[in-house]
Design a protein around this ligand. Structure first.
Ligand SMILES: [Zn+2]
Length: 309
């Protein structure tokens, strides 16, 4: 089975501990990914937590260095993706594909020049904020209805689109979302967010936001964090969010963005990425094989085939 997931914090976490990407006791590692899926694609987030805001650029560069060192150690089963040709080569050889993302724009230091350098370092997805305000935008936990993007944030989005970096609206304030939708001319992502109608958490998307992402050709990655799923979350709760997002946005707008190694708990019955096929079995019973394949991989694959050159 194919698999495409747009958010994990694994590389940021193992940079701190020195653990290996191939085998660790976290939610996600390459050993598990390669045993469960056929040529899976995983987006790895370089996340800056508030503790590191003052040294964000230094830290992001070191996390990216760690990612490439781990990629090199595992090159027989793993390949970093800069281009569509890289993705195709990995599919052909059955290797895992890795895509780099920046979560929280602090390492950019408000500078489009640094964004261009990060593009050269392999970054293809970028969010302006994590939960809090920075010089680019207001995040979900630090916003009032009047707070969206800054001028620097707008300039950053324009540069992302011209480079071929997909903007990510997960963690962005509601006003920021609508301002981003106005500025962006190309499809954009919500890499790890659920439906606010099902679970009223500001990290989740309203139906209107789901519709806008879908109409623009974007895709939403389902997040497995119980706080964004709802009380007593299990596979049926994940299914409810999936059903709602498909109802609101249609068959092409949903994928997976599990948030592995970024969350301190997971739904009942899910412990690692090895349990994802159980979710897909439930999807298949509910939505059928074709729709399940679109959620598991097809929709994000489509998105990235257009993004990557
Ligand atoms: Zn996140």
């Amino acid at each position: 089975m194919r698999y495409f997931d747009t958010h994990c914090d694994t590389i940021t976490k193992i940079y701190d501990t020195g653990e290996s990407l191939f085998a660790n006791n976290r939610h996600l590692n390459l050993d598990r990914l390669s045993k469960v899926f056929q040529s899976p694609v995983q987006v790895f987030a370089v996340w800056t937590e508030p503790l590191y805001y003052k040294t964000a650029l230094d830290r992001a560069l070191k996390v990216i260095d760690y990612y490439y060192a781990e990629a090199e150690k595992n090159k027989d089963i793993f390949g970093h993706v800069n281009t569509l040709a890289d993705l195709r080569a990995n599919e052909k050889s059955g290797r895992i594909s890795g895509i780099l993302a920046i979560e929280g724009g602090e390492p950019l230091c408000g500078s489009v020049e640094l964004l261009r350098i990060f593009y050269r370092l392999g970054v293809r997805v970028c969010s302006l904020t994590w939960n809090y305000r920075n010089d680019l935008a207001w995040g979900v936990k630090d916003s009032s209805p009047n707070h969206g993007l800054t001028e620097k944030g707008r300039a950053m989005l324009r540069e992302m689109e011209s480079l071929g970096i997909a903007p990510d609206v997960s963690h962005l304030s509601d006003k920021g979302f609508y301002e981003l939708a106005e500025i962006c001319e190309k499809p954009f992502l919500a890499t790890h967010s659920n439906a606010r109608t099902i679970c009223p958490n500001p990290r989740n998307l309203t139906d209107a936001q789901i519709k806008i992402i879908a109409e623009r050709g974007g895709v939403i990655g389902l997040n497995l964090y119980p706080e964004f799923l709802g009380e007593n979350a299990d596979v049926s709760t994940v299914l409810r969010h999936a059903e709602h997002i498909l109802d609101a946005g249609g068959e092409n707008c949903l994928g997976m963005g599990c948030d592995f190694d970024g969350v301190d708990s997971l739904p009942e019955g899910i412990e690692t990425v090895s349990d994802i096929p159980g979710i897909f079995e439930a999807f298949e019973r509910e939505f059928g094989k074709e729709q399940t394949e679109k959620i598991a991989c097809g929709n994000f694959l489509n998105f990235f085939e257009k993004l990557l050159v």
